[in-house]
Design a binder for this molecule. Sequence first.
Ligand SMILES: *Cc1c(COP(=O)(O)O)cnc(C)c1O
Length: 453
Amino acid sequence: MSKKVPHKILLTEDRLPQAWYNVQADMPNLPAPALHPLTQKPAGPADLAPIFAPELIKQEVSTERWIEIPEEVRAAYRQYRPSPLYRAYSLEKALDTPARIYYKYEGVSPAGSHKPNSAIPQAYYNKAAGIKRLTTETGAGQWGSALSQACNHFGLECVVYMVKVSYFQKPYRRIFMELYGAEVIPSPSDRTEAGRKILEKDIDSPGSLGMAISEAVEDAVKREDTNYTLGSVLNHVCLHQTVIGLEAKEQLALVDEYPDIIIGCCGGGSNFAGIAFPFLMDKFKGKALRAVAVEPTACPTLTKGVFAYDYGDTAKLTPLLSMYTLGHDFVPPGIHAGGLRYHGASPLVSQLYEDGIIEAMGVGQRSVFEAASLFARMEGILPAPESSHAIQAAIIEAQRCKEAGKAETILFNLSGHGHFDLGSYERFLASDLEDVDYSPQMVEKSLKDLPQI
Ligand SMILES: *Cc1c(COP(=O)(O)O)cnc(C)c1O
């Protein structure tokens, strides 16, 4: 590549994608259908209607390749999109690698992560369906932040069940949500039957995304004017996030580049889906590329879990999803990347992994913070601990390129900034971060409770 690539590659607002890319149009095997939690029969639109807007239910099962982004959603996107694509010149130099490293930066959104890409359309479609109030769960607080802003934008009430350990670890996230009018409740709580049951067994439960989902779903089921929203995992969330990869593709094309490797961190799988799926479109047609989902070794859903039907939550209220899972009652250790503490993974990402189309990698907490600190010093951006899993994987790949003398092009998604995570960075600086590993015994135990389908 003789052409000098600029430090950042920007698209003008008129280049904002007109439509989301739906991977279900092209993937070789569609995920097995979601099943009703009680009957274990395929869950139809009528089963999902009590908690989801009709348009989102349609998107969940659509096999149309392109789904138009409504103008009201594009207008809200334009506040922060298209997001910048950076060439990581300083990081490349520090690593002394022949690889060219690019990162798409989603931390420019008002909530500081990629989450508004789905919060905005979810609030929009619910408003259009006459819903007045939305419930949700949040781990690190990023999804709750995004949804509270989106609800504020479209004039909806917002109730957020926040995983208890994060509620206390990240008070600023709670304040942020409250500033936009959301009600934030530490989960497990005594507000719901699901929460009360968990507290009866363990009054000190740190909470988990699985538990918070149970509470938010129960709240939505009980009220006519209320729907539930999920910030990851589901097909429609992955769909909305494809604006990331669609923009990145166009940005790379502007500098005559195409990635050999695409990397995203993976909690429920939505930001990975967002950056990777638009490129997989080419892989399905024979183009050679690798897509790598990166997860914490403490919560190794893809690398150590099983591919099976499982509930999305602890109380078994959600439909059964066909996915990689560590078991719905697996409580991940309290690692600092709260957004990656989930027992399952998106059915789309899981199916693509099962079919060998994408890869997965696990990285440990301490190496992730080392990578984050190198990245911050080289590139100037303080990354979210979640996103830093992708940074660490990009560094590993860049080092491999160095050893092999290969000038590959690496693209990773920097899913958010870490400005609300300074408590975690403080622990890192004080050398007070454990390399938490998952417990095989705990996984074995929680996998025993998988539903028999
Ligand atoms: C929520 C979050 C994640 C993990 O969720 P995915 O659905 O896997 O993308 C990753 N990074 C950031 C910054 C987040 O807020």
